[in-house]
Design a protein around this ligand. Structure first.
Ligand code: GDG
Length: 492
């Protein structure tokens, strides 16, 4: 019988920070991305611990930097130092050249180098060792994402007893794609070492269970609903669908602030008498950005009434720029934007405003608030938080969401968004036209329902659901502390 859980330890590839080289040496800035956005409100001032790679090299002197960062974040940060070789083969290699494309159904982009796999095992073991050092048997170890699928197995191999759960932020592919992975059985068996395995959608959970049937004919499923128990031989694992979400109230409240409202007004004034179509993505080939630009170009050609009356604001946040595929994509986007703007720009109107940088939060919220149309068309996506954030910030309830069928978020929002196949350029272009002409009442009715759905299932709903399934407790069992404890210990 295990002791009751008293503390949650999050383990993810990256700590929720990034290191920048400033004039006075290394500096720490808060991180960005889906996972940080999702977990920060849950750990802050609740005695949480976060373990992960800092993003730097293993000889960076982090102790002095992480202490104030921990204090500011409201949870303790423990780094996992990684060498250049480890980063190359475990992170860029196995995680981003094998699992990332494969799990997004893009198997032709995979690079199945055996050396990547060996380093993946080594680094997962390293994470397991550091987690062991900073945890006790009464802690719940909540492991995040595809970089660390092997970690529970590494803990077992070290002979360490911990209560562990895993959440996969990206999709889990169908069996005919997953089975291409040379290390498929190892990964499946490693996942069975967790007590709970969470996916974004029922589709992902179904795919996982189907893959298990390939490694064992002796599989039984017990229970019903979003969490079931899978029995494979002598292993029992709970497997569930937990669609991740956002801190809806914080987004809606911040979008209402004077700063964001003024900025939204100012930005829209610069684009008078036209509808703003917004795309916001990390630089990634899974996000379908070239296809989306082609669709906008097609719409301008086939529906000339959109010329001068729409502007596509496409924000692309730089990401994984060291990887050649991402450099190629960046160049392709510049080329496409240049081509479309070159063809259609006329005095007083530029069709695409391309922002290749990370916006600060107020500016991002201002764009969410002012955009009449959001164009969210990933080729495949675990969830896609941008879609939910757009709805939360659309206070006037006059926005139209155009959404890919292959984003996890489609499972909940499909009835009130305009759904598109992101590979179908003409279909997307028709959707842009439909959104452009949609009347005020229909826009309001649809957006009102979308906002209700996102509000109802926010980030706290997600965490509660996961914790309920994991340890039969919800967030109330981890109340906010009066003050964050100053006695921080940094272990490197
Ligand atoms: C992975 C999965 C899953 C974007 N631009 C700026 C900015 N962002 C923030 C957004 C949003 C986050 O980044 C992006 O989250 P997504 O969910 O859209 O996508 P991924 O980064 O690929 O996340 C995804 C997610 O994990 C969570 O499980 O939904 O499917 O791929 O929160 O707001 N933030 C700021 N400036 C920007 O310019 N400040």
């Amino acid at each position: 019988m295990k002791e009751p859980v008293t503390r949650i330890i999050a383990v993810s590839n990256r700590l929720p920070i990034h290191l920048v080289h400033g004039p006075d040496g290394l500096e720490i800035k808060p991180g960005e991305g889906g996972l940080v956005t999702a977990l920060a409100p849950v750990f802050r001032n609740r005695g949480g611990v976060w373990i992960g790679w800092s993003g730097g090299s293993d000889d960076d002197d982090l102790a002095g930097l992480l202490e104030p960062a921990s204090r500011e974040a409201g949870y303790r940060l423990y780094p996992v130092p990684l060498s250049v070789d480890e980063v190359c083969d475990y992170y860029y290699g196995f995680s981003n050249e094998v699992i990332w494309p494969l799990f997004h159904d893009l198997q032709t982009r995979c690079n199945f180098k055996p050396r990547y796999w060996q380093q993946y095992l080594n680094v997962n073991r390293k994470f397991a060792e550091i987690t062991t050092k900073h945890s006790a048997e009464t802690d719940y170890i909540w492991v995040h994402d595809y970089h660390l699928m092997y970690m529970a197995k590494s803990l077992r191999e070290l002979g360490v007893e911990r209560n562990t759960g895993f959440f996969l932020h990206i999709p889990f592919p169908p069996a005919d794609i997953f089975m291409k992975l040379p290390w498929r059985a190892h990964i499946l068996r490693a996942l069975l070492e967790y007590e709970l395995v969470g996916f974004q959608t029922m589709r992902d959970r179904k795919n996982f269970i189907q893959c298990l049937r390939y490694i064992s004919s002796d599989i039984r499923i017990s229970g019903r609903g979003s969490v079931v128990t899978v029995i494979v031989g002598d292993k029992r694992v709970r497997v569930g669908a937990f669609p991740i979400s956002i801190d809806y109230d914080a987004f809606a409240r911040d979008a209402e602030s004077k700063e964001v409202a003024d900025l939204a007004w100012y930005l829209h004034e610069a684009l008078p008498n036209r509808q703003v179509i917004l795309g916001v993505d990390r630089l990634d080939y899974t996000k379908g950005i070239p296809e989306r630009l082609e669709a906008f170009k097609d719409a301008l050609s086939r529906f000339p009434e959109l010329q001068g009356k729409t502007t596509l604001v496409q924000v692309v946040v730089p990401s994984r720029e060291e990887v050649p595929e991402y450099q190629t994509l960046r160049a392709e986007l510049y080329r496409l934007v240049g081509e479309i703007n070159g063809q259609f720009t006329r005095s007083g109107w530029v069709p695409i405003h391309y922002l290749y940088r990370s916006l600060d939060r107020s500016e991002l919220l201002a764009y969410y608030r002012l955009a009449e149309i959001a164009l969210i068309t990933p080729l495949k996506d675990g969830m896609n938080l941008v879609a939910k954030e757009y709805c939360a910030c659309n206070l006037e309830e006059n926005g139209v969401l155009i959404l890919s069928e292959f984003a996890g978020v489609a499972a909940h929002l499909h009835r009130n968004a305009i759904m598109v196949n992101p590979y179908d350029v003409e279909g997307m272009s028709n959707a842009i036209r439909e959104a452009f002409h949609m009347d005020r009442t229909e826009r309001h009715n649809r957006m009102h329902k979308l906002r209700e759905i996102v509000h109802h299932r926010d980030i706290f709903w997600w965490v509660n659901n996961f914790l309920e399934a994991a340890i039969a407790k919800d967030l109330r069992a981890f109340p906010a502390l009066e003050e964050y404890m100053p006695d921080i210990t940094i272990g490197i």
